[in-house]
Design a protein around this ligand. Structure first.
Ligand code: NAP
Length: 251
């Protein structure tokens, strides 16, 4: 229970890596606010069910409908967390999408959409939580980047640019906030089994696994444990870092 009494916001907490992060924070005693949008995978009912599942574990959980691309929604979420939980100690910027295509075929709309969901969201939520974190002289911000933000990937110029941007943003804000006892780090997952990667065909998966020294795709739980560590006092002297959790892809 290394996070007992801490209060966290997780963007996109209903499924995939975000849900695993949420559940690991909860397992460690954290109270949580998580965001969702309406998709075929998530709606108000799914959010309420997850709230109930979490509250049975003896912590507080609240969901909020909030689009990560909107600064106003991020501010609404931060105010909601302050009201419901009494403070914000941890922010996990997890929401993300892909819209893959070779650059020659990539539309401006798909470029903008990916940058907005993956990178602007990190600006939105960081901006929304940083003042209360500064006032309390404590905060842990963990941004979910990607291995491809470090090494590039053909067919993902929009996604790679967004994740490389997240890494730069992590380092800049780590330097800005360090004197206020706010740590900012990024986790760079490799290829993780979630909805996002289920669209890959067997040939694409084999090609990916050929460059993964640990010869398997990762699980969402592989990411979640590292996020909880970075959110914990054990990581107080770590800031501005990118922790790769990728089976050895980038080294
Ligand atoms: P996923 O299963 O597709 O889940 C994406 C999450 O993002 C969902 O929770 C979704 O919310 C949320 N989201 C999407 N658009 C949003 C928006 N406009 N506003 C708020 N939330 C939004 O993907 P995942 O694999 O868990 O990915 C989670 C993070 O890990 C992403 O940042 C992704 O780039 C990163 N990552 C994943 C992999 C991988 O191999 N899977 C590798 C590297 C990095 P709803 O559930 O409400 O739709």
């Amino acid at each position: 229970m290394k996070l007992k009494g801490k209060r966290a916001i997780v963007t996109g907490g209903i499924r995939g890596i975000g849900k695993a992060i949420l559940m690991d924070l909860v397992k460690n005693g954290c109270d949580v606010v998580f965001t969702y949008i309406i998709t075929p995978y998530s709606d108000e009912n799914t959010a309420r069910e997850l709230e109930n599942e979490i509250m049975q574990q003896g912590v507080r959980a609240f969901s909020i409908l909030a689009d990560a691309t909107s600064l106003a929604d991020a501010e609404k979420t931060a105010n909601f967390a302050l009201e419901k939980l009494g403070g914000i100690d941890i922010l996990v910027n997890n929401a993300g999408i892909t819209k893959d295509n070779l650059l020659l075929r990539m539309t401006e709309e798909d470029f903008d959409k990916v940058i907005n969901v993956n990178l602007k969201s990190v600006f939105n939520y960081t901006k929304a939580v940083v003042r209360p974190m500064m006032n309390q002289r404590y905060g842990k911000i963990i941004n979910i980047a990607s291995v491809v933000g470090l090494i590039g990937n053909p067919g993902q110029a929009n996604y790679v640019a967004s994740k490389a941007g997240v890494i730069g943003f992590t380092k800049a804000t780590a330097k800005e906030f360090a004197s206020r006892n706010i740590n900012v780090n990024a986790v760079a997952p490799g290829f993780i089994s979630t909805e996002m990667t289920s669209a890959l065909n067997d040939k694409q998966k084999d090609a990916i696994l050929s460059v993964v020294p640990i010869k398997r795709m990762g699980t969402a739980e592989d990411i979640a444990g590292v996020v909880s560590f970075l959110a914990s006092p054990e990581a107080d002297y770590i800031t501005g870092q990118v922790i790769s959790v990728d089976g050895g892809m980038a080294m």
